[in-house]
Design a binder for this molecule. Structure first.
Ligand code: 13P
Ligand code: SF4
Length: 303
């Protein structure tokens, strides 16, 4: 506790000196969320990155999030606590594979989940996050959509459109691990609880949800609901904001395995260190960044 207090003081001081802002995803460790200027899901944090006046963005999340911030705010310096914090789902799609798919379906619009590399975004018509995926799909003109990389989110949004969806086979290791059996056991044990679930979970698990939504949507739903007890089907870091917003409600995560090891690579010490050394910085080659930016900006314009 004493060490954390010192680190927090150091971070506050460095933040001022550098004119920096700390953005933290809801899956980050509590200690990081505590020092963040803004906490949010992928969508909110991308918006904040695009809007901030700060010179430096410390992005506490995984690599693609820092990259998206840099693409949206190319004149800012974007630093991350640890370069090794990646997203395995983002790595499940490669540019050659996507290009081949585009060749086979020349009239399809490419809709890409923000959990993807800058190179993939550069080959994309429009990005989305779990918060706006349905709206983005509905905003597309063509009858055919190439959807990368999350097959579970793809299945979920396909229920809201008649368009033909060509869905890539990627998934999030953390959310995809949750099974119907896990959820049914929790529901049996806590019959008064509502099950809130992220659409990165398997379709049969999502089907069991009393509420389905992005991390921010889940937090908002639980805060506003009359229900006092929830079984949570998303990453365990979300508990920080859930409990902060609703200290008298009970939140039980559906299993103890709903932890993204990549998100947890970051810690307070590394936040202080990156502010001190201004390393590691995110760099995106300009030709890639320019194209990727269009796909992110189109997403931000969808109402
Ligand atoms: P959201 O931030 O859109 O809820 O997505 C969750 C996620 O897995 C981010 O990596
Ligand atoms: Fe990627 Fe899943 Fe971790 Fe999000 S929770 S960063 S989608 S592995």
């Amino acid at each position: 506790a004493e060490q954390n207090r010192e680190l927090k003081e150091r971070i506050a001081k460095l933040k001022k000196e550098r004119n920096a802002i700390i953005l933290a995803h809801y899956y980050q460790r509590d200690e990081i969320q505590e020092v963040a200027d803004f906490r949010g899901d992928s969508f909110l944090l991308a918006q904040k990155a695009a809007q901030t006046d700060a010179e430096v963005i410390v992005f506490c999340g995984v690599h693609f999030m820092g990259e998206s911030a840099k693409i949206l705010a190319p004149n800012k310096t974007v630093i991350i606590p640890d370069e090794r914090a990646g997203c395995p789902m983002a790595d499940m799609v490669n540019v050659e594979g996507l290009k081949a798919l585009k060749q086979r379906h020349p009239n399809a619009t490419v809709v890409t989940y923000i959990n993807s590399s800058a190179e993939i975004k550069a080959e994309t018509d429009i990005c989305c996050t779990s918060a706006n995926a349905v709206k983005v799909i509905q905003s597309v003109d063509s009858d055919e959509i190439i959807w990368v990389p999350d097959k579970n989110l793809g299945d979920y949004v396909s229920k809201f459109t008649d368009k033909k969806m060509i869905i890539w086979e990627g998934y999030c290791n953390t959310h995809d691990m949750l099974t119907v059996k896990d959820v049914m056991e929790m529901k049996a044990q806590y019959p008064n609880a509502q099950f809130v679930v992220h659409p990165e979970c398997r379709p049969e698990v999502v089907k069991l949800g009393d509420f389905v939504g992005s991390t921010t949507a889940i937090i908002k739903y639980c805060k506003e609901s009359d229900c006092q007890e929830f079984i949570v089907g998303t990453e365990d870091g979300t508990g920080y904001q859930l409990r902060l917003d609703s200290p008298n409600k009970t939140f039980r995560f559906a299993t103890k395995f709903l932890v993204c090891p990549n998100m947890k690579v970051n810690n307070l010490k590394k936040v202080a260190k990156c502010l001190e050394t201004m390393q590691p910085q995110i760099y995106v080659p300009p030709q890639v960044a320019e194209k990727a930016k269009l796909s992110l900006e189109r997403m931000l314009q969808v109402k």
